[in-house]
Design a protein around this ligand. Structure first.
Ligand code: K7E
Ligand code: CUA
Length: 658
């Protein structure tokens, strides 16, 4: 059948005329038009102002970038600020076909996260941590934890790809993740108490058999990898360690971990024992952990750790004897612990206490030096006297969780139960920046709804930049069209450039892919990503040339016994070779190199029936390996619309039956 030709010129002319954009009318929009459009949509002046602050016309770029955990999507999301446009998703713990993540690619980073040889093909990402130099983001690396399997991943921000996944052999779940001020260590805190090494023990001996820990993963910037051989752990009591933040400047050398379940509750609701939710919040206070990591590193280097499941662990007794570990009371069932920009204050929010509790780094150091203890816990760890280390308590509202810092002396705390962001003033040096008195609640901006974390621009570094804050809310309830019973989360952008009560919400962004937790916001100009791989034949897993990469003119299919090797090059718009013939049962090693050097020349490689999906970015080389166990004819094709002849970019894999 023949198609009637489309009268293109007529159609375009008609739509241009309809839009009133014909020559002479272009650029004639006036404020009256703006008002008319606003009126038609029921927008207020505040809405228009918010739009002016966030609307990002085509081609304009964002000033800041959010790296957000993707929650149980097991990924990381990259979002521009102030536009709140999703720019990229980074595959981490979960297979992702667009990026060819987990679909046949050899040297599979995902497989590094196997536990006892068993794949764990999803993750629960919570706390992204950008690499830091002198306590501020440097834009080079990103680390993210997987809470469910206690894993840590390393992402290279030159190509926004995951390079390493580590599973520690000790603990089963983790929660906190942070870096030390020069990224010497990536610090992972365990969450639920378990017997180390995925061993078995019953609940009646919880106190003796279960443990928590904090792991110091040594990061080598030159290699761009964590070096497990130079990493170590500190054994901790089986409280549920929660969030970890590293000290800086005034508190450099320390890390702080909050904890819940210092009650050592073990549940048993089916046996009429108190359920976890009651048992875990019985005590009036829990215990903030204070670890001197520089001293701990020295103890580890001097041989003070003991091997447990192949990992060096500093025992609790050693930590006590060497003065590595202290505790101090914190409001019960705390959640966030956040170190202020100068490192002088440590802010803890207790979910069940309407205050944030602010500790002084100087007072902590003094209490340690003077042994100002109020006792010790059941494991003999000294407890610093609460009154000796506290600087202030600020009543902020219900359900305080996490705190971030602005550029002008304000701190911001998320209020889960109030569904609000509290702005309050810090004291000390910071107090000079704010018109309000020190340590007071200034304003609460309502958010929709149930905020978890919040993130301000460089808001957890030595140099917060203010301007924007994002409230990472849970279920959006009534904010967006309902996509069925599973609700999107809601990221709300808040303008914090004003003072006092001036901190309006200016944008809502639905998150429809797992519940994000923490996120960090960095200046976009600090990121220096590659637009193409440096050389043709580049192996992104190793970040260097692969000597085995197929080269132009050397394309071939070779056989040795029952192993077939394919040496393929890829360029707009052809695969070479485009016939690959193997026999049923052959092992196929298929190497491919993209010869492209243009920024927008990305190809994919998709093979039906064999679960193979590959992304070939300019210059990249990839190897897939499989056993050709299913006979037949399999058209392989490029899965990116790379040219006008993209549909022709294909070939045939022929698997001859036995
Ligand atoms: Cu508050 Cu995992 Cu940081 Cu969720 S955590 S919100
Ligand atoms: Cu290459 Cu489509």
């Amino acid at each position: 059948m023949k198609h009637a030709p489309i009268p293109i010129r007529t159609a375009v002319a008609a739509s241009v005329a309809a839009l009133g954009l014909l020559a002479g009318h272009a650029g004639a929009q006036s404020m009256a038009d703006v008002q008319k459009a606003a009126q038609a949509r029921g927008l207020s002046t505040a809405d228009l102002l918010a739009a002016a602050k966030t609307y990002t016309p085509s081609g304009m770029k964002d000033e800041f970038v959010i790296f957000s955990s993707g929650g149980h999507s097991g990924q990381v999301h990259v979002i521009g600020v102030p536009s709140m446009r999703l720019i990229r998703t980074i595959a981490v713990f979960t297979p992702e076909p667009w990026q060819g993540w987990g679909y046949g690619v050899g040297n599979d980073v995902l497989a590094q996260g196997n536990v006892a040889g068993k794949p764990n093909l999803w993750g629960d990402t919570h706390h992204p941590a950008l690499s830091e130099t002198n306590g501020d983001y440097d834009g080079e690396w990103l680390f993210i934890n997987d809470k469910v399997n206690s894993r840590v991943a390393v992402i290279d921000l030159r190509d926004f790809e995951t390079k390493q996944i580590l599973k520690n052999p000790l603990t089963v779940s983790n929660h906190g993740l942070c870096v030390t001020p020069n990224t010497e260590y990536v610090v992972e805190s365990s969450q639920y108490g378990v017997p180390f090494g995925w061993e078995y023990a019953t609940m009646d001996k919880y106190k003796e058999t279960h443990r928590g820990c904090v792991i110091f993963w040594k990061f080598d910037r030159k290699q761009g990898r964590i070096v497990p051989g130079e990493s170590f752990a500190l054994e901790l009591p089986p409280y549920w360690q929660d969030i970890v933040d590293a000290g800086k400047l005034a508190s450099d050398g320390f890390i702080f971990i909050n904890s819940l379940n210092t009650e050592l509750a073990t549940g048993g609701v089916q046996d009429k024992k108190p359920p976890f939710e009651a048992g875990v919040s019985r005590n009036a206070t829990d215990l903030l952990h204070i670890v001197d990591w520089k001293k701990a590193e020295a103890v580890f280097r001097a041989g003070g750790a003991k091997e447990q499941f192949g990992f060096p662990v500093i025992p609790i007794e050693t930590s006590i004897a060497e003065g590595l570990l202290y505790l101090t009371p914190e409001p019960r069932s705390p959640h966030g612990v956040d170190v202020a920009p100068r490192g002088d204050f440590i802010v803890v929010a207790g979910k069940l206490d309407p205050h944030v509790t602010v500790y002084s780094a100087e007072k902590i150091k003094r209490a340690i030096a003077n042994k100002t203890y109020s006792g010790s816990d059941d494991y003999g760890i000294p407890i610093l006297e609460f009154d000796a280390v506290v600087e202030a308590r600020v009543e902020v509202g219900l359900g305080p969780l996490h705190t971030q810092f602005g550029s002008d002396g304000y701190a911001y705390t998320s209020l889960f139960l109030d569904s609000a962001i509290a702005r309050w003033t810090l004291g000390g040096e910071y107090g000079k920046g704010t018109p309000e008195p020190d340590w007071t609640l200034v304003h609460k901006t309502p958010v929709q709804y149930n905020v978890g974390h919040l993130g301000a621009v460089h808001g957890d570094t030595v140099n917060p930049l203010g301007r924007y804050l994002v409230s990472f809310n849970k279920w959006s309830v009534d904010r967006f069209l309902h996509p069925g019973p599973l609700l999107a989360q809601n990221f709300q952008l808040i303008d914090i450039s004003g003072q006092g009560a001036n901190m309006p919400v200016i944008y809502d962004m639905p998150i429809g892919f797992g519940e994000p937790h923490y996120a960090q916001i960095i200046r976009a100009d600090l990121l220096k990503p590659w637009s193409i791989y440096p050389e043709v034949g580049w192996d992104p897993h190793k970040q260097r040339i692969d000597p085995m990469a197929p080269k132009k003119g050397m394309e071939r299919v070779t056989r040795e016994g029952s192993t077939v090797e394919v040496w393929m090059t890829v360029v707009r718009s052809q695969f070479n070779p485009d016939h690959v013939k193997v026999k049923q049962g052959d092992t196929v090693i298929w190497r491919m190199t993209s010869l492209e050097r243009a920024v927008d020349a990305v190809h994919g490689f998709a093979v039906p029936g064999y679960n193979i999906a590959v992304s070939l970015e300019p210059g990249e080389t990839v190897t897939v390996e499989f056993i050709a166990d299913t006979p037949g004819v399999f058209p392989y094709y490029c899965s990116e619309f790379c040219s006008a002849l993209h549909l022709e970019m294909m070939g045939y894999l022929m698997v001859e039956p036995n």
